[in-house]
Design a protein around this ligand. Structure first.
Ligand SMILES: Nc1ncnc2c1ncn2[C@@H]1O[C@H](COP(=O)(O)OP(=O)(O)OP(=O)(O)O)[C@@H](O)[C@H]1O
Length: 324
């Protein structure tokens, strides 16, 4: 359980971070275990980077506590630095320095750095080592930043959008690298906008909205495992109120993005029934709407994410297994 696990490599408890009057992080709590990948998800501005930067010791919390390997990221920064790998969203690397020098400099700060040759080959940076950082492509810079974060064999790796801007092949390489880190016992905490990435890589997903953790759990817990959903495309902005009373208790219809409708359970106890499918298609027929791409399937992490995002205009709502 977040906040109580003795083995958690990262514990965030009631974290508050303000830049002005409005908190960017507003009481967020979660934990990340060793040998596991924890993915922090959320819309732009949800507070992910601010949270991670507090964990990295780059920002001072205004409230709550953060512990990394049991230590305070700011007060115990010197102790933590050799044990924590950090990949920042903007790279944070000197622009004029050559890629190889940046990597060597990072390696020199650690007692037992990884073999440069191996890391460079894995991340396909061999031909770019003499190139200044500012002349690297976005994807090359991204791979160099990842190499810098990992060269010191960290116990905890914070990776802010590690695959943003990478081509599909490079993305697969990074996914495999992250899987290797997990296997070797590293606590990997990453942020991503790619729901398939989170679904594929993460052991634990933390969903943030408006500075708070609104859902957390394994991908299976968040998606309800085997819960069925019905989805279809139709005209944007359909009035769903008349459909609501036709559905069974605990089942709701949501326009998760314009023109894309999902009929799914709102509570773990409720299950989509054949009658809900019939009611939905009959309702479409009455409106003269063809439910294009009608799919009876399982809820994906993307569905959960979109459902929560769609509700963000109202109060933050808890879905899934908070505290799992
Ligand atoms: N240095 C700063 N000064 C003022 N406001 C900031 C600063 N950094 C972030 N914010 C604000 O805090 C809020 C949370 O930002 P943060 O970068 O933590 O979110 P995020 O979830 O990482 O977003 P994204 O997905 O866009 O990276 C946003 O409203 C942002 O504008």
């Amino acid at each position: 359980m977040p906040g109580s696990s003795a083995s958690a490599a990262v514990e965030v408890s009631g974290l508050v971070k303000r830049y002005g009057a409005k908190p960017a992080v507003d009481g967020a709590s979660f934990s990340a275990a060793a040998g596991a990948v924890t993915a922090v998800l959320g819309l732009n501005g949800a507070g992910k980077t601010s949270t991670i930067e507090c964990c990295e010791g780059l920002r001072r919390p205004d409230g709550g506590t953060v512990r990394v390997l049991g230590r305070d990221p700011i007060a115990d920064g010197a102790w933590l630095r050799p044990r924590v790998g950090v990949m920042l969203q903007d790279g944070g690397m000197p622009q004029a320095a050559r890629a190889g020098d940046v990597l060597d400099l990072a390696a020199a700060m650690y007692a037992r750095p990884l073999e440069r040759k191996e890391l460079v080959a894995t991340l396909d940076l061999g031909s770019r080592l003499r190139t200044p950082v500012r002349r690297l492509s976005g994807g090359e810079r991204q791979r160099l930043a990842l190499a810098v974060a990992l060269v010191g064999r960290p116990d905890v790796a914070f990776l802010d959008e590690p695959t943003a801007g990478l081509d599909p092949q490079a993305r697969l390489v990074v996914w495999e690298l992250i899987a290797q880190l997990r296997r070797s016992g590293v606590a990997v905490v990453l942020t991503t906008h790619l729901l398939d990435e989170a679904e594929r890589l993460a052991d634990h997903v933390v969903l943030m909205a408006a500075g708070r953790v609104v859902a957390a759990g394994t991908p299976g817990e968040l998606t309800g495992g085997s819960d069925r959903t019905l989805s279809f495309d139709g005209p944007a902005g359909l009035d769903l109120a008349p459909l609501a009373p036709l559905l069974s208790a605990g089942i709701a219809a949501t326009e998760v993005r314009p023109g894309h409708y999902v009929i799914a359970n709102r509570t773990p106890e409720a299950h989509l029934l054949p009658g809900d499918v019939a009611a939905t298609t009959a309702w479409c027929a009455r409106l003269g709407i063809m439910p294009e791409g009608l799919v009876l399937g399982r809820r994906s992490l993307e569905d959960v994410f979109l459902e929560i995002a769609a509700r963000q205009s109202g109060a933050t709502q808890v879905i899934g297994v908070v505290g799992a």
